[in-house]
Design a protein around this ligand. Structure first.
Ligand code: SAH
Length: 339
């Protein structure tokens, strides 16, 4: 059966026309889907015969809210969503002065194997469909009754390991007849799947790309991020440079500080040297505790020192504010709950 949210707008038109419907139905149906209706019966301006016909050949996918946690510290909301096949994914909504940002998942599990990350512990179960990625935004927005204005693809999974569905999702979530979030308000985070970075550069989407770098050299990166065995740091940074050149967008890098692994002054100096030409922004994240992993964050002073060293060497660096700490909503702590 077909989930209509897996179609791009033009594909939806084709599908409806092929099934004997008028073209303008696509706009009505697309808009209903993005409002978060759970069945065809809720599409009140669509005739009963059309609804019955659609029901036989397609369905309206939904995400069930299995659990919802609201941070008492900062209002961050974490959702455990249940997919139609019983798998679960997590999404987090953060409140900033400029509006609501949702952090969404792209896969059930992950096969990238980053040593410090909880999402990868059970490996990859499956990719999310384009509709399932979109549903996180739709159903969080519906539940909160507030507009979500920004999206970061930094939840569970590696977005560039589910490339086609992610691109479809981006086209749909940006569409003016639907949720209509501007590309400039969307960020994709990748651990560095180099060939897909080149592909993404050619899509012509003015989204922000952020790279999870976490190390200044191959020696360290090899030990914490298995993807580095496939694509060395030099190849990765070359791809990043090309991406910036083609898209004319500024890059940003994420760097989780792990005490005694990648947070020395020498590491900061080497990192600055690597990134100097890229005019990039560095987001420092004190590594979050994951039960199965024995990585520790440094002290507040260690982190400040690392940041100051980068700034001194001409690199724009900020320390990521931790949100939702009381509900395990922070980077790397999302995981498929064993239910
Ligand atoms: N697969 C994508 C997006 C998911 S992770 C990527 O790798 O970018 C989102 C960010 O959280 C990444 O930068 C990731 O490296 C980081 N992260 C994962 N586990 C973490 C942890 N325990 N502490 C801090 N950051 C973590």
């Amino acid at each position: 059966m077909i989930d209509l949210k897996d179609f791009e707008y033009d594909e939806l038109i084709d599908f409806l026309v092929k099934n004997g419907e008028k073209k303008f139905r696509a706009e009505q149906i697309f808009t209903w889907l993005h409002k978060g209706v759970c069945s065809y019966d809720e599409m009140t301006n669509i005739s009963k015969t059309t609804r019955e016909k659609l029901e036989k050949i397609s369905y309206v996918s939904v995400l069930k809210i299995r659990e919802k946690y609201v941070s008492k510290m900062d209002g961050t909301v974490k959702y455990l969503f249940e997919l139609p096949d019983g798998n679960c994914i997590e999404s987090v909504v953060m409140r900033y002065h400029h509006g609501l940002t949702i952090c969404i998942s792209s896969q059930v599990g992950c096969r990238m194997g980053c040593r410090f990350c909880a999402s990868t512990i059970g490996g990859l179960y499956r990719n999310l469909t384009a509709g399932e990625i979109l549903n996180q935004v739709i159903f969080a927005q519906k539940d909160l009754g507030e507009r979500i204005s920004n999206i970061v693809m930094m939840g569970i999974g590696e977005p560039l390991d589910n490339y086609d569905n992610v691109i479809k999702f981006l086209h749909n979530v940006n569409h003016e007849k639907g949720i209509n979030i501007g590309y400039r308000h969307i960020t994709i985070s990748t651990c560095g799947v180099v060939p897909r970075i080149y592909d993404l550069a050619k899509e012509g989407l003015p989204i922000t790309l952020t790279i999870s770098l976490h190390a200044p050299n191959n020696e360290i990166r090899d030990t914490i991020m298995p993807v580095n065995h496939a694509y060395k740091i030099e190849e990765l940074l070359k791809a990043c440079g090309e991406y910036a050149k083609i898209t004319n967008r500024r890059l940003s890098f994420e760097y989780s500080l792990i005490h005694g692994v990648n947070d020395s002054e020498e590491n900061a100096v080497e990192l600055a040297k690597r990134l100097k030409k890229l005019h990039a922004h560095v987001n420092l994240i004190p590594v979050n505790k994951v039960e199965e992993r024995n990585f520790e964050k440094g002290s507040f002073h260690d982190i400040r020192r690392f940041q100051e060293k980068l700034i001194e060497l001409g690199i724009n660096a900020t320390v990521r504010r931790e949100l939702g700490a009381d509900i395990s909503a922070s980077c790397g702590q999302l995981r498929k709950k064993v239910l």
